[in-house]
Design a protein around this ligand. Structure first.
Ligand SMILES: *Cc1c(COP(=O)(O)O)cnc(C)c1O
Ligand code: SF4
Length: 352
């Protein structure tokens, strides 16, 4: 009998001397292993990208995290790469900017039970986990207290009871963190139990098919295909370079399972704040069976001000986008306002 010999785990030196082999190696590994070994050291990231080592803040919380599959989509030798800018911690995050706070959405006021946000009448949002595969520097959840808010197993009963007692609720949104960063066992248990309540639709908000496409494994796709209720999957893609062959395949497989596939993006200075990029993003999504849903104006969370696109500029960009795209490929441009019972369309008329 032949034993299959695995290549040895790459070393720190390999990242510098043969970066392609290192990126290739990890992308062949099971997703759980890729997730556990995501790049968390900026020096390794610089080596993989052929960039000079640079000063970067070491963060105790919400530090650098990017799976090799995501790093593989960054351009080498380019310190302004749009995917790199989304993941590399920068000194600008420590800037104190008026108007950028810790809980910009006022979410703590809509948190009836642990792990559950009920802000919009017909849907509840369950923060299944605080974990994500990639740490996006602009993320509005970076200051959210997940440790005390991630639903423990005993919270599941309370959440299911809450849903049954609120007949207005017809949709449960699994969010986080990222709901696909938990095991299939845990995820399927939640979806099965939510499926037994009267709600009609289960929705997942996830960046995993982008950050770690191998996460979309056979077991997941088979489970979705067998699930008896409406399933909506909102992926999170900000730049067309995030959609490589593996991610496109993951999107297509999710779509083929019968789910409705939508995308949300965040408008980010230096990343996707130009019309060509946003047009290319919409078409790349469409090629992979995903329809643009939302383009979000940045939530004003402390540490993200350097990604902010001023309203007048954002409005000009959005009008130009409408000029270039068919209606079904133009995302709705929205912002989140505390205490509003819906996402709010950005007022692009006043600022024309
Ligand atoms: C964004 C969000 C939703 C979903 O809103 P849709 O407009 O249906 O996509 C639900 N609950 C909360 C708390 C949200 O932030
Ligand atoms: S994957 Fe989503 S929740 Fe997680 S850090 Fe990125 S934007 Fe935030």
């Amino acid at each position: 009998m032949k034993t299959r010999i695995h290549p040895p785990t790459p070393t720190a030196l390999d990242a510098k001397t043969r970066p392609d082999a290192v990126l290739e190696y990890w992308q062949q590994r099971p997703w759980q292993e890729q997730l556990a070994n995501a790049v968390s050291c900026a020096d390794e990231l610089f080596d993989l990208l052929g960039l000079p080592k640079n000063a970067h803040p070491a963060l105790r919380r919400f530090g650098l995290k990017a799976p090799h599959a995501f790093v593989a989509k960054m351009r080498r030798f380019d310190a302004r790469d749009p995917l790199l800018l989304q993941t590399l911690p920068s000194a600008e995050e420590f800037a104190k900017t008026p108007g950028f706070g810790l809980d910009p959405l006022g979410e703590s006021a809509h948190n009836p039970i642990k792990g559950l946000l009920h802000k919009y009448r017909s849907r509840v949002l369950i923060t299944l986990t605080g974990a994500c595969a990639v740490h996006c520097r602009y993320c509005f959840r970076r200051h959210f207290d997940y440790q005390s808010n991630a639903p423990k197993s005993d919270a599941q009963d309370a959440i299911l009871r809450y849903i049954r007692q609120n007949p207005d609720v017809n949709e449960a949104i699994l969010s986080g963190g990222d709901p696909l960063s938990v095991s299939n066992r845990r995820l399927f248990d939640w979806i099965d139990k939510l499926g037994q309540t009267p709600i009609k639709t289960i929705r997942l908000h996830t960046r995993l098919p982008v950050a770690l496409p191998a996460r979309v494994d056979d077991e997941l796709v088979d489970f979705f295909a067998r699930f008896g209720k409406k399933l909506v999957i909102v992926v999170h893609t900000n730049h067309p370079n995030e959609i490589d062959a593996a991610t496109a395949r993951a999107f297509l497989r999710l779509k083929a399972s019968g789910a409705t596939l939508l995308n949300q993006s965040v408008l980010l200075r230096g990343v996707n704040d130009d019309v060509d990029t946003l047009v290319r993003l919409s078409y790349a999504l469409f090629d992979a069976d995903v329809l643009p849903y939302y383009l979000h104006a940045l939530d004003k969370v402390a540490g993200s001000a350097h990604f902010y696109v001023p309203p007048s500029e954002a409005a000009r960009l959005y009008w130009a986008l409408l000029e270039r795209l068919p209606g079904y490929l133009a995302p709705k441009f929205v912002q989140e306002e505390p205490d509003k019972p819906h996402k709010t369309p950005v007022d692009i008329y006043k600022r024309r």
